[in-house]
Design a binder for this molecule. Structure first.
Ligand code: FAD
Ligand code: DLZ
Ligand code: SF4
Length: 508
């Protein structure tokens, strides 16, 4: 009897484990646009449109390759809303012997799939997710028995294993990590790279109409230009290597008031949909180094993000879920200010980052970490609320990657499992790395007074509130030395200003 292979909307990779196991002559594939998935958070419209358009294109390619694909198109009125409904329908229509799927990108979907064997009285096989370099078993083996997990050491293992940027068993160029060279401020020269834009074809236009007419989504659908096929994603990769990679390293931490992308790759959308393979992406970057087109600090910095951070956060997610999602080590309890959704704040750095987010379903890493993330950390937003925001607003966001980045890297809610210290910073950091402050009504040099930059009082207050928990962290020694030097009455005033900011967050 035939078998049924479920393909999730973010697993559009050619090397999908289900395709390797099934036979196009006898078996069937199943894909579905589902109300539960398009609506479990208030997703950005461009995220939903990108996923649905990519799914439709992929289904068509699979059909052309000879597969029978059962495809459920979105219909708001349909009773088929969840993956369980989708599989139930397929099994009602035809007697399949077995259901196969690949390990999903979200814990809640895995939990749902775990109910199927009993529900449908059929064998359900979960195969590995081949969108990653490292398997979950390899990560657990690496992590097992270590007292402290650090991305840098996992990354070195990945370098050795993939032979990327290696001269035999030594790192190419003599150093594993060139991060110190990657902290330049950008002052307009060289000109920022322009990302490659893809005009929506007929299929994508149909999806854009569907999203506009039938769904309630965040942000704007205007100027949709995201890659939705493997061919387009490969063009975007080649374009990045040619036009932005040479400067990726130098300006990796920079931000600019009127530039949405600077030299970032914008490849996370396609990597996370399975339209690009992480090894192909890293090899393309290393080739640019071989050919003298890009320097080592750029290429190493980029490869570290892909085989280091991307793989590492996924390993942590699956090793620590479901408890991970509940953690709140710093006891952050504030509600997320409404302007995170509207961008309606006078704080220039936040208004511009959120504006870019609304337009593009994208903000680059430093905006996510040091602007929206840093503010949420020092303001003390409830991890659940800020995690939901990040999961909704970015087109590359799925639980496996968003949660460790937000809850761990930004909010330090896992007590330092993911990152060794919280990335708390005052307005001074934002001033040093961007030109936002020049156009902001708040004064970045001031901590007290109505016009003082809110980041400043919140930063000192954050250190003060978390003194017990963080003072022993040797990477925060200097911060606490500075706090200790502060005069008691000034600290009292700062606490007052921080408390005022929290009470009046809506009007900042
Ligand atoms: P580039 O700067 O060009 O980096 C190259 C690639 O490296 C990215 O495409 C991405 O695949 C990978 N990468 C870089 N940093 C990370 C990281 N910390 N974790 C995982 N992969 C990384 N990334 C997501 O893909 N999805 C998310 O939902 C997501 N949420 C985040 C939430 C917060 C609070 C923070 C601080 C970071 C988050 N990131 C997330 C990581 C990072 O910001 C994005 O991967 C990056 O901004 C995507 O843009 P890019 O493709 O231009 O990246
Ligand atoms: C994020 C998302 C959205 C918006 N829509 C769909 C969908 O309609 N169908 C689908 O199969 N997947 C979708 N996804 C991705 C899922 O929410 C989920 O993250 C992955 O299926 C887990 O691998
Ligand atoms: Fe942001 Fe403060 Fe600078 Fe304004 S002054 S842009 S709020 S860091």
């Amino acid at each position: 009897m035939p078998r049924l292979g479920l393909i999730f909307g973010d697993q559009l990779n050619e090397n999908h484990a289900v395709l390797d196991c099934l036979d196009p002559e006898s078996d069937c594939l199943l894909m579905g646009e589902l109300a539960e998935e398009t609506g479990y958070v208030w997703h950005h419209g461009k995220k939903v449109a990108m996923i649905l358009a990519a799914m439709r294109h992929r289904a068509e390619m699979l059909r052309q390759a000879g597969w029978a694909v059962l495809y459920h198109k979105f219909d708001g009125g349909s009773a088929c809303k969840t993956f369980t409904d989708l599989v139930a329908r397929a099994l009602d229509d035809r007697d399949f012997d077995e259901v196969l799927l690949s390990w999903p990108g979200e814990w809640r979907v895995l939990e749902e799939a775990r109910t199927w064997e009993k529900k449908f009285s059929k064998p359900v096989t979960v195969l590995p997710d081949t969108r990653f370099v490292s398997s979950l078993e390899e990560f657990e083996r690496w992590a097992g028995g270590r007292k402290q997990l650090r991305m840098e050491y996992f990354y070195r293992q990945m370098r050795r294993r993939t032979a990327l940027l290696m001269d035999g068993d030594k790192p190419r160029g003599g150093q594993w990590n060139y991060d110190r060279d990657n902290r330049k401020r950008w002052r307009g020269d060289p000109a920022a790279a322009r990302p490659m834009r893809f005009a929506p074809d007929k299929t994508t236009q149909e999806v854009l109409r569907l999203v506009a007419e039938q769904m309630d989504t965040f942000g704007t659908l205007e100027d949709f230009d995201l890659p939705v096929t493997r061919g387009q994603a490969q063009q975007a990769l080649a374009h990045f290597v040619r036009s932005a990679l040479p400067n990726f390293g130098d300006f990796q931490d920079a931000m600019a008031d009127d530039e949405d992308w600077l030299f970032h790759s914008r490849l996370s959308f396609s990597l996370n949909l399975g339209l690009l393979d992480p090894i192909d992406v890293c090899q393309a970057a290393e080739k640019a180094l071989d050919e003298g087109h890009a320097p080592i600090n750029a290429v190493e910095g980029f490869i570290r993000q892909v085989i280091g951070w991307r793989e590492y956060v996924r390993g942590i997610y699956w090793m620590k879920m479901p408890e991970y999602a509940e953690m709140n080590e710093l006891d952050s309890q504030q509600s997320l200010p409404d302007w995170y959704w509207t961008g309606d704040t006078r704080m220039r750095c936040l208004a511009k980052t959120i504006d870019a987010t609304r337009r593009n379903a994208y903000a680059h890493h430093i905006q996510r970490l040091m602007v929206t993330g840093n503010f949420a950390l020092i303001f003390g937003v409830l991890p659940k609320e800020i995690c939901e925001w990040y999961l909704a607003v970015y087109a590359d966001a799925y639980d496996w990657v968003e949660l460790p980045n937000t809850l761990g890297m930004v909010m330090h809610a896992d007590g330092g499992l993911l990152g060794s210290k919280p990335y708390a910073a005052s307005g001074k950091y934002i001033q040093r790395m961007s030109n936002y402050c020049k156009q902001c009504p708040y004064k970045v040099a001031d901590t007290l007074g109505e016009e003082a930059c809110p980041f400043n009082a919140l930063y000192w207050d954050f250190l003060d509130r978390n003194r017990e928990r963080l003072r022993g962290n040797n990477r925060m020694g200097m911060m606490y030395k500075n706090l200790d030097r502060m005069d008691g009455s000034r600290l009292q005033d700062i606490r007052g200003r921080a408390s005022w900011i929290r009470k009046n967050a809506g009007s900042l």
